[in-house]
Design a protein around this ligand. Structure first.
Ligand SMILES: [Zn+2]
Length: 160
């Protein structure tokens, strides 16, 4: 899927899950972009092209960074580094949704280094489903943020 969808779907889910917590929502969005470090033309790959070209050259696109091995590794590293559990969940929401979204748009090598491609669909990047999912992500993010604002406003006590 497109970079904007890879960012907005986990942002929306995270906003609902954590009631619009800005740090966790942003973390999920960034984590949603991270697996495409193996593609030099992706949003993150263009910024870290020096890494991106090497990763794509060595292992290819949608392999290691889109695998169950990496998702597990991210969780373990999060635990070892004693990140807050909610932060680990936000990161896993980002990486996990990325893999599922790419599974819908041609597939990923989920069981890498196995060469079996995990395919959920062959919907085109920037196609109708991509746009619908991004829109849903935006709606969920807005709802999560509004929930947050409502909670914050309710917590303010009026003087007198
Ligand atoms: Zn990807």
């Amino acid at each position: 899927m497109s970079g904007r969808t890879h960012a907005m779907v986990p942002a929306g889910l995270s906003a609902l899950l954590f009631q619009g917590d800005p740090l966790l929502t942003l973390t999920a969005a960034l984590a949603g972009l991270a697996p495409d470090i193996d593609e030099p033309w992706s949003v993150i790959g263009q910024r870290f092209w020096f890494l991106s070209w090497w990763i794509k050259y060595l292992v290819g696109h949608r392999t290691l960074s889109h695998s169950l091995m990496l998702i597990s590794l991210v969780g373990v590293v999060g635990l070892v580094c004693e990140l807050a559990p909610m932060m680990i969940v936000a990161i896993l929401v980002g990486v996990g949704t990325h893999v599922v979204l790419d599974g819908l748009s041609g597939g990923v090598f989920l069981w890498w280094p196995s060469k079996v491609r995990w395919v959920l669909g062959r919907y085109p990047v920037y196609g109708r489903l991509d746009q619908v999912l991004m829109g849903l992500g935006v709606v969920c993010a807005v709802v999560g943020i509004l929930m947050r604002i409502q909670t914050e406003v309710a917590g303010i006590r009026m003087p007198g």
